[in-house]
Design a protein around this ligand. Structure first.
Ligand code: SF4
Ligand code: SF4
Length: 185
């Protein structure tokens, strides 16, 4: 989750526009994402067949532009609906941030899922506050930092998860739609 939470001010006109835009897109996502999926699959098939060495650079540029338009604070859909995988390093970081023992982090907040990974016991995430700020932002799990995986190396290895993310994340949806215009799908 690429949350530029610190930069949003309620008095900032641009932030208000971005908030409305994000909320509208989020509420339209259940209709938009399925309509877009076939084209997305075709684009990714084409990019798998014919590797483009500039793909990561192009996706990173699009990602930057999209997160200037999207306000994670007006969305938080990933924090409400997706449980990040939580690693041992994440538990150590959360333990320091919360000033409780690692075992207490596990007992209080985590469970083991069917893949044998730690995840939050309940969603929405226990660290999501009412105003959509993250209570442990500086110490949040790595999976939260990396979501929605549109500014990573080897984006071609994240095609499947990206299709899934277009159903949850307005930013991932926009990145993919802009990719279609760049690569002509
Ligand atoms: S779902 Fe996407 S746009 Fe919404 S808060 Fe998460 S990263 Fe931001
Ligand atoms: S730890 Fe923070 S960024 Fe991660 S899901 Fe919870 S509220 Fe969201």
């Amino acid at each position: 989750m690429t949350k530029k939470k610190e930069s949003v001010s309620p008095n900032d006109a641009a932030a208000t526009i971005s908030a409305e835009y994000t909320s509208d897109l989020l509420s339209n996502l259940p209709a938009l994402a399925p309509k877009a999926e076939l084209g997305t699959r075709e684009l990714f098939k084409q990019l798998k067949r014919k590797k483009n060495p500039k793909l990561d650079v192009v996706v990173a540029e699009i990602h930057e532009g999209v997160f200037e338009k999207i306000s994670c604070l007006s969305c938080a859909n990933c924090c409400k609906t997706l449980g990040p995988r939580i690693t041992d390093a994440d538990i150590q970081r959360l333990s320091k941030a919360l000033r409780i023992k690692p075992g207490a982090v596990i007992d209080t907040y985590l469970r083991v899922d069917e893949d044998n990974d730690y995840v939050f016991k309940n969603m929405p995430c226990p660290f999501l506050m009412e105003d959509n700020y993250c209570m442990v932002y500086e110490s949040r799990p790595k999976a939260c930092k990396e979501y929605p995986h549109t500014n990573r190396k080897r984006f071609d290895q994240a095609f499947q998860v990206t299709i899934k993310n277009t159903y949850t994340c307005p930013a991932a949806y926009l990145v993919v739609e802009e990719l279609k215009t760049v690569f002509g799908s």
